[in-house]
Design a protein around this ligand. Sequence first.
Ligand SMILES: [Zn+2]
Length: 565
Amino acid sequence: MRMSQLYAPTLREVPAEAELRSHQFMLRAGLMRKSTAGVYTYLPLGYRVLQKVKDIVRDEMNKADGQEVLLPILQPAELWQESGRWSDYGDEMFRVKDRHKRDFCLGPTHEEIITALVRSDVRSYKQLPIRLYQVQNKYRDEIRPRFGVIRGREFVMKDLYSFDRDEAGCDESYQAMYEAYKEIFRRCGLDARPVEADSGAIGGDTTHEFMVLSDSGEALIVHCPACGYAANVEKAPCTPPAAAEAETGPAEKVHTPNVGTIDEVCAFLDVQPHQCIKTVIYLADDKPIAALVRGDHTLNELKLQKELGCSQLVMAASRTIEEVTGAAVGFAGPLGLSIPVIADHAAAAAQDAVVGANETDYHSRHVSIERDAQLWRTADLRQCQKGDACPSCGEPLATARGTEVGQVFKLGTKYSEPLGATFLDENGKELPLVMGCYGIGVSRTVAAVIEQHSDADGICWPVSVAPYHVSIVPVSYKDDQQRKTAEELYTSLQNLGIEVVLDDRLERPGVKFKDADLIGFPFRITIGPKSLAEHKVELVERATKAVELVDIALVGSVLQERIKS
Ligand SMILES: [Zn+2]
């Protein structure tokens, strides 16, 4: 490709809306342009990278016995009503009507469609296992699209669905995908780490996310430097405190005028946050409950919702709080409440605690939660944090930020049962298919590669996903000898199967070098008068900026070698 013809409008300035490095460089290097919030057009360079990631994904899926299909984006509401997710999915689903006023959605995911497909064609255990996948656009109406393609409303995903006859078969499919994912991310040049995760709206019990660690990642994970355990903070279990503190004297009420927040309470009563117990009032399927966590801990709503087994959990509005506690917001406490009180293990173990007194402007201190409060139950309700004991080996956990690039789920019969996707076993017995689903954010993976492979000047593509391997930059394309050498090299490298861009623009060398660095071709060949006099060119490696002089006659074989390794 000739730079003079390449549709790659690069930008010198950092676009104001782009917070993340990957987002900035995808716009600046001319890989993509925003169409509307959370929706992007891939330009030629960006599309080449996307295709290379897709190729790697397809290759590994095929090796793992996946067969590619293409499922529809437009999906009828009936299928989603059968699975119960038409109402559960909420506002994230793009819903449309046809001319007959029938409801459809733009697929946010494809469990329903694929299950309906398989239920109509699969009859016998002899047809199993089946692993079908697609690479397809997905649609989610994010409340706040941001970070470019990392949180878009339209994005490219690979999703594979496995259908097995039993748990053991499903385990095998899961393991095969888990291994394939590690290989895919390795081949894309990513340091991605599988972490235990929460299954969220997709459902099922076992699930891992593949996280690319970077300071700008949107997810927080905890990991154990000692044993390698890693999990999303939302999922990581917290171990209850080992020993209870010493009990203190009886609880006493204290006047705390206008002292509502944990910080205010700490300052006013000269106590530490871990001695304060937060009482949060929720509506669980419209019934009020109170949840207790220590002031230095964060309540994890996913854990609470799971513990309660409710389908909807929302924080109560001030009016409900006032009704339930008889006090203004900020003075709720567990003593004497008439609604169920559920406490996190650490809060339940607190012996000399400060709690709201359920009376405006009053707190109670020297409270022993288990002694003084009528607890309905205790459970693991808090978010894991830095320094907590590793659930696997007990050593202190560290935290890191990451971007999720893939997730694997064991679904079991969550979809096959309601949708009636069954098969007949050897004895003619009808059984539900045991399913797994496995997603990779393909467009996200491109952004994640940039997060891990870039510097102040631009992107440093790993060869495997680079839009082109090499750019040839003559210092002056007007110069006869430089132009002739550049054109000859351009042809000979192409003949060797090397993907090459020739910068034939009549620009200053600085402009051409800046663009090459910004776009991030792994190698650059600079043709200048000095080296040319010795029949040599400069070979520059983008990632390290290492420069070497190479004989013109040898450039092709040197590059072939580097690209291969
Ligand atoms: Zn550990």
